[in-house]
Design a protein around this ligand. Sequence first.
Ligand SMILES: Nc1ncnc2c1ncn2[C@@H]1O[C@H](COP(=O)(O)OP(=O)(O)OP(=O)(O)O)[C@@H](O)[C@H]1O
Length: 256
Amino acid sequence: MQDQHLTKTTGPEEAPSIIFDKVSLNMGDRPLFDKLSMTIEGGLCTCILGPSGCGKSTLLHMISGATSLPYEGSIQIESKKAKNDKIAWMSQNDLLLPWLSLLENIILGAKLRNEESASLRARAGELMEEAGLAGYENALPATLSGGMRQRGALLRTLMEERPILLMDEPFSALDALARMKLQNLATKLTRRATVLLVTHDPMEALRMGDRILVLSKRPCRVQSLFSLTGIPPRNVDDPEIQAHLSTLLSQLMDQR
Ligand SMILES: Nc1ncnc2c1ncn2[C@@H]1O[C@H](COP(=O)(O)OP(=O)(O)OP(=O)(O)O)[C@@H](O)[C@H]1O
């Protein structure tokens, strides 16, 4: 059901690649990026791991253009759509408006643009059903658990139907079980979009990613790239996870 909607709006032809070409940026008096070149493949989930302060969140901000940082080089998004119409953002704070019901929060973007309609509400209802939130349409955020609020935030992001999703540690505030459930849901509902997920959790990256980029300490460069072949979300005992986990962990330990 949801896949149909997502195919229509975030199909492969709509999910662009993001190309960094010799991107340099100083933060303070030191380079954060020094001629960083890499390609984020369209239509795949790329997870980014790396030491604290190496510039993971800054990369997402540079792609979104939300903050104008004085970088050199280029970041190209291969899409016919205008930038505002192609990127959605999700972070670890759910940012639900406390005075609106969960449903009103989920359709907030359309409400603000005066695009609310019966079909839009129906679509939100379908997504809520899929996310196990049916029956909570009128609940205020304060009456919901952290996992439910974060599921609501995920649905609000998906309702925007953007081909690029930038996710900055979206599940880090959740307990292990809620996190795993939300990883499964997010993977299912964002299939075919270009997803860039910043995380500190190697298992999350191995469960959700088609590709994993390990970044180095400042100045940030791509230290290694893992290409995974199976279809996410992977179970924790998936052979592909077992094959990569120790290599990934030892690389991350070496960076500390
Ligand atoms: N507005 C700013 N002014 C100066 N330095 C900044 C600013 N914002 C971030 N930085 C610095 O840029 C570097 C990269 O920050 P960023 O938040 O992108 O790192 P990160 O890899 O996401 O870190 P973490 O994993 O801890 O969230 C850090 O050293 C940070 O101190």
